[in-house]
Design a protein around this ligand. Structure first.
Ligand SMILES: NC(=O)c1ccc[n+]([C@@H]2O[C@H](COP(=O)([O-])OP(=O)(O)OC[C@H]3O[C@@H](n4cnc5c(N)ncnc54)[C@H](OP(=O)(O)O)[C@@H]3O)[C@@H](O)[C@H]2O)c1
Length: 268
């Protein structure tokens, strides 16, 4: 079976580094026609664009890569980002709501403003961008090959082993997963599938602080004995975006090596 995303158009938020960049790489390596990436920093956008264009060339592909900087937590910037995308493409097959942030502190020190900031990006901006991009997703949607929304949730949305006080983060991830399941039902008649990916720990700028402190325990308690790697996520993204996965809708897919079944908190 040959999985691909040939002739498709995708948007990946937070596509300049970490898991978002892995998503973009998976799409570019497997035939995407046009990919739009975004993050706050213009320089990071340009560097990721160049990286993805080089990757396409190395793989004998001719992906068009568009990079548009935007802070999606700022309502007007999200609206403007959508406007800029709509000027360049007339439909979208794949929308990956990946941009996210975290904050960890003990309950007594954990400010309400920190909670609001995390929820604003990880939940409100995910809702807002999905709302903005749904009309473009509908334009690409067909019965045989629905458009896809992928929400980058987290394994913390279904387990209870928060070891560093990520109160806003864990709430935001449970919220986006629940939003995803509900949208999966509501959007199915409009031929848009909605699925959430629940990564375990992957070394990225966001996760490296925690991995430095608890990496040994996270690895030792993981049934697969290691953290997540780029290829683990890329395979899942390609599958969920492929025509072959057109009947997969409303899932929360853990990509954690089974870590959720062996709570590391018990070992601290
Ligand atoms: N790494 C893990 O172990 C892990 C596990 C479970 C879930 N996740 C989820 O995976 C997603 C990606 O995380 P990551 O680990 O790859 O983090 P990361 O390395 O920090 O990357 C985050 C990306 O989002 C962008 N971003 C941050 N704030 C933004 C904003 N306000 N508007 C637009 N873009 C913004 C960043 O670029 P700029 O700084 O330029 O804006 C960057 O491209 C997040 O939703 C995270 O919760 C990660």
């Amino acid at each position: 079976m040959q999985l691909n995303v040939e002739n498709k158009i995708a948007v990946v938020t937070g596509g300049t580094r970490g898991l978002g960049l892995y998503c973009a790489e998976a799409l570019v390596e497997n035939g995407i026609k046009t990919i739009v990436i975004t993050s706050r920093k213009a320089k990071a956008c340009e560097e990721a664009k160049k990286h993805l264009e080089d990757l396409a060339k190395r793989n004998g592909k001719s992906a068009e890569v568009i990079a548009i900087p935007a802070d999606l937590a700022v309502e007007e910037q999200a609206v403007n980002f959508h406007k800029e995308v709509a000027k360049r493409v007339d439909k979208i097959d794949i929308f990956i709501a990946n941009a996210g942030a975290t904050w960890g502190a003990g309950l007594e020190e954990h400010s309400v403003s920190a909670i609001k900031k995390v929820i604003n990006l990880n939940f409100v901006a995910v809702y807002h961008t999905i709302q903005l991009f749904t009309p473009l997703l509908e334009k690409a949607a067909t019965v045989e090959d629905p458009s896809r929304i992928i929400i980058m949730s987290s394994i913390i949305s279904i387990i209870n082993n928060d070891i560093v006080g990520t109160y806003g983060y864990l709430g935001s991830k449970a919220a986006v997963s629940h939003l995803g399941r509900n949208l999966a039902v509501q959007f199915a008649p409009r031929h848009i599938n909605v699925n959430s990916i629940l990564p375990g720990f992957f070394p990225t700028k966001m996760a490296n602080g925690l991995i430095e402190v608890a990496g040994k325990d996270l690895t030792e308690t993981n049934p697969r004995g290691r953290l997540g790697e780029a290829e683990d996520l890329k395979a899942v993204v390609l599958f969920l975006c492929s025509k072959q996965a057109n009947y997969i809708n409303g899932v929360d897919l853990p990509v954690d090596g089974g870590a959720r079944l062996n709570n590391p908190a018990a070992h601290f």
